[in-house]
Write a protein that binds this ligand. Structure first.
Ligand SMILES: [Cu+2]
Length: 396
């Protein structure tokens, strides 16, 4: 019933000026929230060269159409102080500050700050974000400047983790980790330590388990607002090969960065997210790693044809019940939640995730013709509103 209500609401959703959200974007009309800059959107989709020569009122050539997908203009990543290409491969291992019973004690310093950032050319989002002292993607000139999604925290099964959280924003926040730990460390408003108020800090401490592709996010109330604002990130626990035997031991080595087997794999992180830029409870911009068309034709992800690709995929999209990923012209193996060493789905080309669901994709373009291979959400609307990119497969 709730889902039906939501779908009905979406069909008739209107902006205060009485146009649908798609018309709203087409007209570049997000200005009410002060969100359109000089680029002024005629739509998030760039016409082709041919289209550019035809009448603007031809719906096939001016929008959603038969042309290159992307945005008009460029997002200023320098002004954002974070770059989705850097986030893609930036794993934050924190700092090993000691040892306890033969295992490392791994510590991070994480802050929460308010941060406005550009999510599509000329569209700025007043976000709340995490930053880490040890994440290359969120530190500039020695200062933690924050990033969206938050730093990808990575460790090994069994590590003792200490996450020092400092709330440098003006709202209460928490860090809630998906993993196994005590109620006190759960980072939920009203439970255990609960909210960390502005100016306060707290150290979350627990063991890293189970291995897998997990996530963390703020769990203050109202929850959907605190998540949607940008307080989330991937949390990866590598398996410890010494805990497994036989074939599992060998497979675990490829997922653990301490082993040479892992070094031959190209690892990437994508957090599927979306932004409600006019605060009507529906998203206007969709992305992986926050920036619409971040890995589009003008900035594809370059990968080596013969290298095994491993993609840690997390869905944190608020307001929409599911999100998905589809890879063109290829198939992949999938590990739901990343908590198994053998695939839970073999040879698929599309997977869907509800909010907070996540998993690991493994694929290769060995033997393929070099070129641009598309990937996108297979909710076509999400793809057209920013959640689309390309792998540029190269021979070497
Ligand atoms: Cu929060």
């Amino acid at each position: 019933m709730e889902v039906n209500d939501k779908m009905n609401k979406r069909r008739r959703v209107v902006t205060p000026s009485g146009v649908s959200r798609r018309e709203f974007l087409r007209a570049g009309g997000i200005g009410a929230a002060g969100l359109v800059g000089a680029a002024g959107l005629r739509g998030l989709v760039r016409p082709t060269a041919v289209a550019a020569q035809t009448a603007d009122d031809n719906p096939h050539t001016t929008h959603n159409g038969h042309g290159d997908a992307g945005t008009v203009g460029q997002v200023n990543h320098d002004a954002n102080e974070f770059n989705p290409h850097e986030i893609l491969t930036d794993f934050d291992y924190g700092e090993v500050i000691g040892e306890e019973n033969g295992r490392p004690i791994r510590r991070w310093k994480i802050i929460a700050i308010n941060k406005e950032f550009e999510i599509a050319p000329g569209i700025f989002f007043p976000g709340w974000v995490y930053g880490s002292q040890t994440a290359a993607a969120s530190v500039r000139a020695g200062h933690i400047v924050g990033q969206c999604p938050g730093p990808t925290l990575r460790c090994v099964e069994g590590d003792r983790l200490q996450i020092e959280f400092i709330n440098a924003s003006n709202h209460p926040h928490t860090m809630h980790f998906h993993g196994i730990h005590s109620a006190f460390m759960d980072g939920v408003a009203g439970v255990g330590r609960g909210n960390i108020n502005p100016g306060e800090s707290f150290v979350y401490e627990f063991d890293a388990r189970p291995f897998g592709c997990h996530l963390y996010h703020c769990h203050s109330l109202p929850l959907k607002r605190h998540i949607h604002k940008g307080l989330y990130g991937a949390f990866i626990i590598d398996p410890d090969p010494e805990k497994y035997s036989g074939e599992e031991h060998d497979i675990a080595k490829t997922r653990n960065r301490h082993y040479a087997e892992n070094a031959s794999v190209n690892e990437m992180v994508m957090v599927m997210n979306a932004f409600d830029t006019n605060f009507d409870g529906d998203n206007e911009v969709y992305a992986v790693n926050s920036i619409a068309f971040a890995y589009g034709m003008d900035a594809p992800i370059r990968i080596k044809r013969d290298q095994l690709q491993r993609l840690y995929l997390v869905n944190i999209t608020e307001f929409d019940p599911i999100n998905s990923l589809h890879i063109h012209a290829n198939f992949f193996d999938y590990y739901d939640h990343g908590t198994t060493l053998k695939p839970t789905l073999k040879t698929v080309d599309t997977i869907m995730q509800c909010q907070a669901q996540r998993g690991i994709l493994e694929f290769s373009f060995a033997g393929f013709e070099p070129g641009l291979y598309m990937f996108h959400a297979h909710q076509s609307e999400f793809a057209e509103l920013g959640w689309m990119g390309f792998f540029e497969v190269q021979e070497t």
